[in-house]
Design a protein around this ligand. Structure first.
Ligand SMILES: Nc1ncnc2c1ncn2[C@@H]1O[C@H](COP(=O)(O)OP(=O)(O)O)[C@@H](O)[C@H]1O
Ligand SMILES: [Mg+2]
Length: 456
């Protein structure tokens, strides 16, 4: 069964039950009240008659008294202990057929007769000849039945008047709830069929859960779409990057096979080129893998490390490759950090400083109350501020050909960004004074500690 139908049936059903219970309650309470009024009245009446009967002396005056006291739509009877009618007064012949009942106690009774329901009261008293008899006063409940009939009609009509808006209200409610869900399902279906990302248009700006659901869905789709297109872009950029060295290797391999055997200088050049392109590819593939690993948000291997010493090690390693002047400034700092990732990040920054900057290259460390600040500055030509927001993008290079000549792939800073992020930190680029570039990495200590707690 559809949710819409279920909501509609449930709300309507519940209200019908409540309404029915209320109306039945009202009806029976009214019935009880009306009947009680009649029996109370009959009680009073019978007491009066009994008093009068006791005063009367002859049988004739008793019969007259009974006739005179007879209610217009009722009957008075005197019934002997063997249930015979000793005296009767009534204008309704149908009532004569009602079986006489002898009762030694005061009693009331509601009976069904051929003219409808009747109310009766019974009183024992001593008849003229000394025997104990029963005085019965019966009254037809026709008027009360009429009143109850009107009440039934009123209750029925009012039920209709209440139910009609309830049915429509339930439909409206069901639609209110199911329409956004329906839109969600339609959009998802469309997305599945067309293979494209789609959001749901939202007309009203309410703050209920359903609008929230729609907005969250839209946000999720937007994010998925963004991630998807970034992923596509990344794959196409990566393929493009890999294509260049492969083309170079391919053409040198042809050169080698054609002239390599006869011309040693061509052979050496080809081998050298193939070798350097292979190294470039290796480097590129390693960075791609590192990035993919960072994307998966692998757990950090957090331990207390002296980062000043880690920095010195990285600088020493770098200095084996270059003769540029480099130094590490700052106090000895021991903090919770993933040593390998930290050195990888620092190495990326040092590598850039060597490749695109100029000595002296200065690594400085600072520790504040809440964060550790790592700064790598060089004195090269610097990066145009217009490019600052792009330098951390994947495959971004300020000067593509220059970077390629230096073996760059444009993935270094993207990886540095991911490493900083995985530690809960940030990385930014600034101009160094008087010239050059400055990369500042901020690791919030609390962020790293929280990560170590969740890793445990
Ligand atoms: N210290 C620096 N001085 C000048 N330019 C830099 C510096 N560091 C990075 N860049 C620029 O930012 C680009 C992106 O750097 P990176 O992501 O490490 O890629 P690459 O593989 O080219 O080194 C580089 O191509 C370079 O143009
Ligand atoms: Mg680099």
């Amino acid at each position: 069964m559809k949710l819409k139908t279920r909501i509609q049936l449930l709300t309507t059903g519940l209200l019908v039950v409540v309404l029915l219970a209320a109306h039945i309650g009202i009806y029976f309470a009214s019935d009880h009240l009306l009947v009680k009024t009649v029996t109370d009245r009959l009680d009073n009446q019978s007491e009066d008659i009994l008093q009068a009967l006791q005063k009367s002396d002859s049988g004739e005056s008793t019969a007259q008294l009974i006739k005179a006291s007879t209610p217009t739509n009722g009957m008075i009877r005197v019934i002997s202990s063997d249930e015979k009618v000793l005296s009767i007064g009534t204008r309704l012949p149908e009532l004569r057929e009602v079986d006489p009942v002898y009762s030694e106690n005061h009693q009331t009774a509601i009976r069904k007769t051929s003219i409808g329901r009747t109310a009766s009261v019974f009183y024992p008293f001593i008849w003229g000849d000394g025997q104990v008899v029963t005085l019965e006063i019966t009254e037809s409940l026709v008027q009360e039945e009429e009143t109850l009939g009107v009440l039934r009609g009123v209750l029925f009509v009012s039920a209709l008047f209440i139910l009609l808006p309830v049915v429509f209200g339930a439909r409206l409610l069901a639609r209110l709830i199911t329409n956004p869900i329906g839109a969600l399902i339609t959009t998802m279906d469309d997305m599945e069929r067309s293979g494209s990302f789609q959001t749901i248009s939202q007309k009203s700006r309410t703050n209920d859960e359903l609008s929230l659901l729609t907005r969250t869905f839209n946000r999720m789709i937007d994010r998925l779409e963004g991630n998807f297109s970034r992923q596509q872009q990344f794959v196409s950029d990566a393929s493009h990057e890999l294509k260049t060295p492969l083309t170079v290797i391919n053409s040198y391999a042809s050169v080698l096979s054609r002239w390599g055997k006869s011309d040693p200088s061509v052979r050496d050049e080809a081998i050298e080129a193939i070798h350097s392109e292979t190294i470039r590819m290796q480097h590129l593939v390693k960075q791609l893998l590192d990035l993919a690993r960072e994307d998966q948000q692998g757990a950090l291997d957090l331990e207390q490390h002296n980062i000043t010493q880690l920095s010195r090690q990285a600088v020493q390693r770098m200095q084996q490759i270059t003769n540029d002047e480099m130094s590490v400034n700052g106090p000895e700092l021991t903090v919770l950090i993933d040593a390998e990732k930290y050195q990888q990040l620092l190495f990326i920054l040092l590598d850039n400083a060597v490749k695109y900057g100029e000595a002296p290259i200065i690594v400085s460390l600072e520790k504040n109350k809440s964060n550790i600040k790592l700064t790598v500055s060089d004195h090269g030509p610097g990066i145009d501020p217009a490019e600052w927001e792009h330098v951390f993008d994947r495959f971004f290079r300020v000067d593509k050909s220059r970077s390629r000549n230096k073996g760059g792939s444009g993935l270094g800073l993207a990886l540095a960004y991911e490493i900083a992020k995985s530690h809960g930190g940030t990385i930014q680029v600034q101009a160094n004074e008087p010239q050059g570039t400055k990369f500042i990495v901020d690791f919030p200590i609390e962020g790293i500690e929280r990560r170590s707690e969740t890793n445990d």
